[in-house]
Ligand binder design. Structure first.
Ligand SMILES: [Zn+2]
Length: 480
């Protein structure tokens, strides 16, 4: 069998991937900051590392792989959004508003991830559940002489850490020139970064040896990864925009606390997305959320296939033409796979070889076109499953959707709600239809809309709560 080779950002070389322990393969990926809907740029790392996760599961066995993707639920962007909501007349206190913003956004994120065909990670820790671990790491950083306290802030002292800049291959001078660092008068060095900062009374804050405050962004990932995966783990992933300073800072913090440990042994970074050759920006009108695309009738499978058409390390240029091509391929593969009803997923060696060569999926896809032409459907199906496109085969998604739970008890109730929502869609009451979708998501039921007239497919996530489903049904009693 082909050995997996990946381009390791740390060594700038393509290397054979050898996990520390093949019975405990560990992957950490930086997840979303939850203040708004995910856009296609946020979708790319989620899709890229979902395939890494699937390949690890295939190579090492499902039970031997742990995938952690965190949720950043404390951040200035979230606080600012809450202040905006309050300024618009919401009378609740900021902390309650923040709670509803983060909960709602996490629900949307789960829906989007499901629509894109991503598996749920093994753990999805929220930063605010790991404050004691962060405080303990910050104490150690100070104790080891790698940080300092000034005006209620705790800062990491980059000059105390000679390896700083190694991951991003930058020295202090070029970093200063290249990075947009927050210049603050109390910093010894412009590149010193915040570990802890004060929080005003109406914003979320926690008691600490340095006063009431909250963590900086970088320390969150160091704390959650070491807590859930240990101080050394196999692979750390994220977008190339996170390599510096975020990942450099994670590495510095974790090495400062665990000087004898390696932190992550391999690092993978995915490229960015442009739209029609331009940088994606709200001001240019080329900024799409996943939901925007779905609302235009572009399915999760199509979005995924567009992403997979470009090697993960290269920049994607998102164009209507690519969407159009992917739409045709998805339809063709779906049609071919529907010609038989008893597929046995197989794996094509040439496809596997391409994937194992630093995830050369564009090459793997051209192999899949060959398999489709030759009607080697078992191999086509197995290979598509590795890419997270198993939903192209109807028989499989129905099996997947209903796999884990005895659904008989609440299926009736759910179907009635879904039928009511379908009525709303038919009468073009999209506000209510969206409201029902969001409430279902809060109850842990994720929807994937189908063409008009068909009930959506659904899946339950970890938050599933049958009682909320009942109360939702009674809320729409009149219609139902
Ligand atoms: Zn991170």
């Amino acid at each position: 069998m082909t050995a997996l080779h990946i381009w390791n950002t740390k060594t700038r070389r393509k290397e054979k991937f050898v996990p520390l322990n093949p019975e405990n393969v560990r992957l950490y990926v930086c997840g979303p900051t939850v203040y708004d809907r995910a856009h296609i740029g946020n979708a790319r790392p989620a899709v890229t590392f979902d395939i890494v996760y699937r390949l690890f599961q295939y190579l090492y066995g499902k039970e031997n792989v742990t995938y952690v993707r965190n949720i950043t639920d404390i951040d200035d962007k979230i606080n600012n959004r809450a202040k905006g909501v309050r300024a618009d007349g919401d009378k609740r206190d900021l902390i309650s508003i923040i709670k509803s913003i983060t909960d709602e956004t996490i629900g949307w994120y789960h829906e989007d991830m499901y629509s894109l065909g991503n598996l749920a990670p093994t753990h999805e820790p929220r930063a605010t559940d790991y404050i004691p671990q962060m405080i303990s790491m910050i104490k150690d950083i100070l104790y080891n002489g790698n940080g300092y306290v000034v005006e209620g802030h705790v800062l990491f002292d980059v000059s105390s850490f000679p390896q700083y800049g190694y991951l991003a291959r930058r020295n202090l001078e070029t970093m200063k020139a290249g990075a947009r660092v927050e210049v603050a008068p109390y910093k010894k060095n412009d590149l010193d970064f915040v570990l802890w900062k004060p929080s005003s009374g109406d914003l979320p804050g926690w008691a600490s040896p340095w006063g009431r405050g909250r963590p900086g962004w970088h320390i969150e990932c160091s704390a959650m990864s070491s807590e859930l995966l240990g101080p050394t783990f196999d692979l750390h992933g994220g977008g190339s925009d996170l390599c510096f300073p975020h990942h450099e800072n994670e590495l510095a913090q974790s090495n400062a606390v665990y000087p004898k440990e390696e932190f992550s042994r391999y690092w993978m970074h995915n490229g960015m997305i442009r739209v029609n050759g331009q940088k994606m920006a709200k001001s240019l009108g080329n900024f799409f959320t996943i939901k925007d695309l779905m609302d235009k009738g572009i399915s999760g499978e199509v979005i995924r296939l567009v992403m997979l058409g470009t090697h993960y390390r290269s920049e994607i240029d998102w164009t209507d033409n690519k969407v159009h091509e992917a739409t045709e391929i998805v339809a063709r593969w779906r049609r071919i796979l529907s010609t038989t009803s008893d597929l046995e997923p197989g794996m094509d060696p040439d496809f596997m070889e391409a994937v194992c060569n630093d995830f050369n999926i564009p090459k793997g896809l051209s192999r899949l076109h060959e398999l489709a032409r030759r009607e080697e459907l078992d191999s086509l199906f197995g290979s598509l499953s590795l890419l997270g496109l198993e939903s192209l085969c109807e028989q499989e998604i129905n099996a997947l959707v209903n796999s884990n739970l005895d659904t008989t008890e609440f299926t009736d109730c759910l179907v009635q709600i879904l039928e009511y929502r379908e009525e709303c869609r038919k009468t073009r009451d999209f506000t209510k239809a969206d409201e029902i979708r969001d409430s279902l998501s809060e109850a842990g039921v994720l929807l994937q809309d189908q063409s008009a007239g068909e009930l959506p497919k659904w899946q339950l996530d970890n938050n599933f709560n049958p009682e909320m489903l009942e109360s939702l049904k009674s809320r729409y009693e009149d219609g139902i």
